[in-house]
Design a protein around this ligand. Structure first.
Ligand code: SF4
Length: 110
């Protein structure tokens, strides 16, 4: 959360908060992401950031930052403004394309 109380999300997490199904890398990760999703769904502010965000902060995975950054870049390329409102306007097909290759694809798009 930033100093003004906005949840900090990197671009591709604008998709993940829409598709969260209660599963994740660990109990701590799931609990944190559940809180982030509740925050977002209640209409609280979101700040889009580069790099690690308020979802990554609870994740113990040693993720491939390069491929994660590539997914962020693809999302930034697909939506005119990196906002939750813009991300919500993506079609199901556009979102599937942006999510291709993610290990959670079957959960989010099954
Ligand atoms: S498939 Fe991956 S990138 Fe897409 S919404 Fe799910 S977790 Fe996020």
């Amino acid at each position: 959360m930033n100093s003004e109380g906005a949840i900090r999300l990197r671009p591709h997490h604008l998709l993940c908060v829409q598709r969260f199904r209660g599963l994740g890398y660990s109990d701590v990760f799931v609990e944190n992401l559940s809180e982030v999703v509740d925050h977002v769904e209640s209409g609280e502010p979101v700040e889009v950031v580069r790099g690690r965000d308020d979802v990554c902060s609870a994740c113990g995975e040693d993720c491939d930052e390069e491929s994660v950054a590539e997914r962020d870049a693809a999302v930034l390329n697909a939506i005119p403004e990196p906002t939750l409102a813009s991300a919500r306007e993506l079609s199901a097909e556009e979102m599937r394309e942006l999510c291709r290759g993610c290990r959670w694809f079957a959960v989010c798009h099954g």
